[in-house]
Design a protein around this ligand. Structure first.
Ligand code: HSE
Length: 310
């Protein structure tokens, strides 16, 4: 194989109670990337469409992730990457992570799959660090593994793939404002009260239990964030109104997607998700802020191959 085209999906990180450790994978929304082998060693980003991003490999998250992998693999050839971005940078659904994960996934395929999903996550984290100033993996892991993932530890890296209840849907609303992850991280307190920590880890534990047992009511009671949401929700206009309307229309949970501004909800069943999507749209329709929404089943496969060439 000399060339591969992939779909690298958007992802939702944190999932309310799992700041920096939990995430899940979306479907339908994502970037496409073409990666091909080149005679010249190294990494060249030959094309980026969709958004204005740096093409210099050391300044691009896909390039940095690829270089991290190549430093380990040391092949006697190189790679050229084309990126067709559909996920807006700064939207809160893992734009940088989709590029970083996509490049290492594709290169791994072209090398004959020498690396495990956990190793790919490790290389992609190097790209994510360029974008956000922090090597978290809660967007990368669900893209590479699919479904819900828990990053148990980053040093050493350990990712746990969690089960996805069959009928679980996500709805996303993306207000067209930009929030930089680095800035959304900077406003968070360095320490949290023990009382809040207890609430948060109890909810994280029960959410994981709910995912394992298909217990939607347990999931619903667990999707609560007392640590990060109080600070970051202030950056998102009409956040409380959207959340209230999602709950009034049957959402299991509603929270900030990653570092925002996108807001996610989880719903049981497609018709519930459609109802919640309409309700969330109604809130923003009454404001001056442009937005878009989408809903999808949780993507349990993660990044997928669209085509290959030999
Ligand atoms: N866990 C990260 C954050 C995800 O919330 O800052 C965004 O990259």
């Amino acid at each position: 194989m000399t060339e591969i085209k992939i779909f690298s999906p958007a992802t939702v990180a944190n999932v309310s109670c799992g700041f920096d450790v939990l995430g899940f994978c979306l479907d339908g929304v994502g970037d496409e990337m073409i990666v091909r082998k080149t005679k010249d060693k190294g990494v060249k980003i030959s094309k980026i469409e969709g958004y204005d991003l740096p093409t210099e490999a050391t300044k691009n998250v896909a390039g940095v992730a690829a270089l991290a992998l190549l430093e380990d693999a040391q092949p006697d050839f190189g790679f050229e990457i084309e990126i067709y971005k559909h996920i807006k940078p700064g939207s809160g659904v893992g734009s940088s992570s989709a590029s970083a994960s996509g490049s290492v996934f594709a290169i791994n395929e072209l090398l004959g799959r020498p690396y495990s999903k956990t190793q790919l996550t490790y290389f992609a984290m190097k790209g994510e660090a360029l974008a956000s100033g922090s090597e978290h993996a809660d967007n990368i892991a669900p893209g590479i593994f699919g479904g819900f993932t828990l990053v148990k530890s980053t040093a050493p890296l350990e990712v746990v793939q969690l089960p996805t209840p069959d009928d679980m849907f996500a709805v996303i609303i993306h207000p067209q404002i930009e929030i930089k992850t680095s800035e959304a991280r900077a406003i968070l307190p360095k320490d949290i009260p023990l009382k809040n920590a207890i609430t948060q880890w109890a909810n994280l534990g029960s959410l994981v239990h709910g995912l394992h047992t298909n217990d939607y009511q347990m999931i619903k009671r667990s999707l609560i964030d007392v640590v990060v949401e109080p600070y970051r929700s202030q950056l998102i206009p009409y956040y409380d109104e959207v959340k209230l309307s999602a709950f009034n229309n049957g959402a299991l949970g509603c929270g900030i997607s990653g570092s925002g501004p996108s807001i996610f909800t989880l719903c049981q069943g497609q018709s519930q998700a459609q109802q919640v999507e309409l309700a969330m749209r109604e809130v923003y329709s009454k404001t001056e802020i442009a937005f878009n929404t989408y809903s999808c089943k949780i993507n349990t496969a993660g990044i997928r191959i669209l085509s290959t060439n030999v």
